[in-house]
Design a binder for this molecule. Structure first.
Ligand code: NDP
Length: 360
């Protein structure tokens, strides 16, 4: 027995397949993926404890890049296998059919925090792997990925656990990858949590404008057209107390030169070296290592998955801020599953503002 609506699910299902490794030292290309038609599941395909889910939005994440190599270099994510479906870090969907023993019902909005989500439109899933979401009225289900999901949790817990903002004195934070999903939220949350100056680094003038006019950053630097070290001397002559590092490479070396004694780096990601075979985190130039030592700057690896027990509380906080309009979220949405390969390649080259999503 299943709970269901009477109509059949549309037959036009698709899945994204991983077909080619780009090579560890090359950028990913769209032909690393194929998008093929498959049958939609039917009620006969599910057990009492399962359900059929229709994907509404898929999250596109830099962490997928390491999965394109034969070995990911991390223990919490396995590599993609050639010919196998691609799964992503997160998705949000709606229950279309539910088995009689499922705690979920048709029409429930569901996500799967910490559950990989196959890049397909209709799929069968164990109900126990899904979490029902109650969305406040007037919010798009996409905010579950662009705010109250891994990006937002990463931003909030990174600020609280690693940035250790001292509210008793003025604090300047610099965020790299600032116009992306984690970066835009990290800058806004740093402000809420007490930073007096928030400076973002990103890859276009349009992004700089969004940082200042929509996300409330005090200033922004376009690393493609401006010299980061010169601009930081102008914008933060008092020195940088906290650096939220999403990118690594020379941008980070430049920011670290501007940091104050006792500063802290939130080592969130190093996307500038993801298309290389360097280990994670990559080795730093001697001069940067020297600065970290001399100025007693903390730079510990940060992984949001370390804080699984604190994620529910973080989601509640993010949802509250979102409803109070204390944080703003932007999304770049690519429609149709056939655009999934471009969405991933374009996110890696900076075509997104805010969270990159696919609406299958
Ligand atoms: P974003 O939304 O920030 O998208 C990636 C952005 O990276 C692009 O938009 C691009 O913006 C920028 N970028 C790409 N290549 C370079 C480069 N060579 N140099 C500088 N910037 C570059 O992605 P996320 O918010 O999802 O992820 C941001 C970072 O956070 C990543 O490093 C990711 O791995 C990390 N992360 C870490 C987690 C953790 O637990 N530690 C959890 C989740 C994410 P631009 O136009 O500015 O170049």
């Amino acid at each position: 027995m299943t709970s269901s609506s009477s109509a059949h699910l549309p037959a036009d299902n698709k899945v994204v397949i991983f077909v080619k490794r780009p090579g560890e030292n090359n950028p990913p290309t769209v032909d690393c993926f194929d998008v093929i038609p498959i049958d939609s599941p039917t009620e006969k395909d599910i057990t009492a404890e399962q359900c059929i889910v229709r994907t509404l939005f898929l999250s596109v994440d830099p962490a997928q890049r390491c999965r394109m190599n034969p070995s990911t270099g991390v223990d919490y994510l396995g590599p993609y296998e050639i010919g196998e479906p691609v799964d992503g870090m997160e998705g949000v969907g709606v229950v279309e059919r539910a088995g009689s023993g499922s705690h979920l019902h048709v029409g429930d909005l569901v996500t799967g925090c910490i559950r990989l989500w196959t890049w397909t439109k209709y799929f069968v899933c164990d109900s126990s792997d899904l979490v029902k979401v109650n969305l406040p009225p007037s919010f798009s289900p996409s905010v579950i990925l662009s705010c109250a999901g891994i990006s937002g949790i990463t931003a909030l817990l990174g600020i609280r656990k690693k940035a250790l903002i001292d509210r008793s004195r003025p604090q300047t934070i610099v965020v790299s990858g600032a116009a992306g999903s984690c970066g835009s939220l990290a800058g806004q949350i740093a402000r809420i949590e007490g930073c007096s100056k928030v400076i973002g680094i990103c890859g276009s003038d349009d992004k700089c404008k969004v940082l200042k006019e929509e996300f409330g950053f005090d200033n922004a630097i376009n690393y493609k057209t401006e010299k980061v070290s010169d601009r930081l001397s102008e914008l933060a002559p008092e020195g940088v107390d906290i650096y939220w590092d999403n990118v690594g490479g020379t941008i980070s070396d430049n920011v670290i030169q501007s940091m104050n004694t006792g500063g802290r780096i939130v080592l969130c990601g190093q996307i500038a070296v993801y298309n290389t075979d360097l280990p994670y985190p990559p080795p730093l130039p001697d001069q940067t290592v020297q600065i970290l030592k001399e100025r007693n700057i903390e730079r510990e690896r940060y992984l949001v998955l370390t804080y699984k027990n604190e994620m529910d509380e973080a989601i509640a906080q993010l949802s509250e801020w979102l409803q109070q309009d204390k944080i703003k979220v932007k999304e770049t949405i690519y429609d149709d599953l056939s655009s999934a390969p471009s969405a991933f390649v374009d996110m890696m080259t900076g075509k997104n503002i805010g969270k990159m999503l696919i609406r299958p």
